[in-house]
Design a protein around this ligand. Structure first.
Ligand code: GZL
Length: 315
């Protein structure tokens, strides 16, 4: 006798699940994909969540629309990874008035009204900019170049203009680089955190400036584009090359680029926000208070150490 078909697994009623609406920036970089993966792996039904994500394709107005949609759906929590810092007061005021807590991850919003969000967890981007100055000085020394003596010509591939990651990294580097009067920032332009635009901007820099010594890439994907442009121009980069590359994010592909000898040093920016946001939501569900602001711990990695470290990297 054929065994009775097993009853369908008891699926939890939606009412038992915590409904999370996640407004993501886009899919522009390896970092972003790792961030999305962390959120999707965390907010599963077996963990007690109903999870919906909107990919806003790096358009802030699409994010605002997505928030209004989640308010209509009366989600329990809105998680926002803001594309840029400005313009959030109205729509986050609507969420607050609808009684929906907003948790902000990764980048920050500009507001004078901190009742607009319950908690923020992300990176200290200005500190990353400061760290990049120390990282560049060390990378030059490793090449036998005195960072305090010789004229150092620098170009910067900036991230999405107006995003906290771009603002913090640009301002932090500019502020601390004053410690090196012999360093010269030839030019800064946005590559919008993508490899394609990073390559385009680097090609234009190489045409404009024959004497570039350093590229600051405000994320790894723009660094990958810059490497392609540098090699296509018949130049060399990395610890054994003429052009020193300092990048941000430290995703796995960047460790591979450091091992390949293309990137000198990488300032980590940790994307694994899923568990951090889950902990905040669970505390709120339990009626506990949560920290308004929480910074994640980040390190700096040099090419010489990359082969020993890549095996332990989670993203
Ligand atoms: C940084 C994050 C940035 C990454 C980029 O926290 O906002 O956005 O540095 C990503 O790779 O596109």
């Amino acid at each position: 006798e054929a065994p009775a078909a097993s009853a369908p697994a008891e699926t939890k009623e939606d009412k038992d699940l915590i409904y999370v609406g996640f407004v993501q920036v886009g899919a522009e970089s390896d970092w972003r994909m790792a961030n999305t993966k962390s959120m999707q792996e965390t907010f599963t039904e077996e963990n007690g969540f109903k999870f919906e994500m909107v990919d806003a394709q790096q358009k802030t107005d699409k994010q605002i629309t997505a928030i209004r949609d989640f308010i209509q759906k009366d989600v329990d929590y809105i998680v926002l990874a803001p594309n840029t810092e400005a313009g959030w007061d109205t729509v986050l005021g609507e969420a607050r008035d609808a009684g929906i807590p907003v948790i902000i991850v990764d980048r920050m919003i500009q507001t004078s009204d901190d009742s607009l969000f319950t908690a923020w967890v992300g990176s200290n981007f200005k500190q990353e900019g400061y760290d990049a100055v120390d990282a560049l000085a060390e990378a030059l020394k490793l090449k036998g170049i005195d960072p305090k003596a010789e004229e150092i010509n620098i170009v910067t591939l900036q991230g999405t203009m107006g995003s906290s990651a771009q603002i913090g990294r640009t301002d932090g580097f500019a502020e601390k680089m004053k410690e090196y009067p012999n360093w010269k920032m030839l030019d800064r332009q946005s590559g919008d955190f993508t490899q394609e635009k990073g390559q385009e901007v680097m090609e234009s820099f190489l045409k404009s400036y024959p004497d570039i010594d350093v590229v600051i890439a405000e994320n790894d994907n723009m660094a990958f584009g810059a490497i392609n442009a540098i090699k296509a121009a018949g130049k060399t980069c990395g610890p054994n090359g003429d052009i020193t590359i300092v990048s941000f994010d430290a995703v796995k592909a960047a460790f591979e680029a450091m091992i390949a000898g293309d990137i000198d040093v990488d300032v980590e920016c940790n994307p694994l926000h899923g568990p951090r946001v889950k902990e905040i939501i669970e505390k709120l569900e339990a009626g506990q208070t949560v920290d308004k602001i929480a910074y994640v711990k980040e390190d700096v990695f040099f090419a010489k150490d990359a082969a020993n470290i890549i095996g332990s990297r989670q993203y």
